[in-house]
Design a protein. Sequence first.
Length: 148
Amino acid sequence: MTLGMQSKPMRAAHWMQRFIRYVFLVLVVFLVGFIPMAFKLRASSSDLSVAEQQLNLARIQNSLGSAVIDARRGDYEPARLSTSSFFSSLRAETDSANDSALSPAQRESVQSLSLGRDEIITLLARNDPASADRLSDLYVAYRTIMSK
């Protein structure tokens, strides 16, 4: 009888060791699959950040382009709203120094564009046709700065 009692704990200990080995093996297999995916996630996250910055710059340029077109067509109120959106977005981009898609030189140059903000918006509010030329000049200056 003592022999039978020792055999059950031996079987249980053997089964427990086997179970621990399987759990360890599953954990190793999980880590082998997880580590490359973690690196891929980091690379994809970086790519996404760059794409979002480029999209933000494209939206800023698009709002200025829309303002130019609207002003040329004589639609001064939509042009004023687009111009205001352009300056607000540009200000937000220059204020976010660390996360900005703009280089330090571009940030400095873009700040000089903001000096004419009030004048252009006033011209648009007065339905002045000269605002279209001012917006066109602003658009060209912005594109020149962004191409640096």
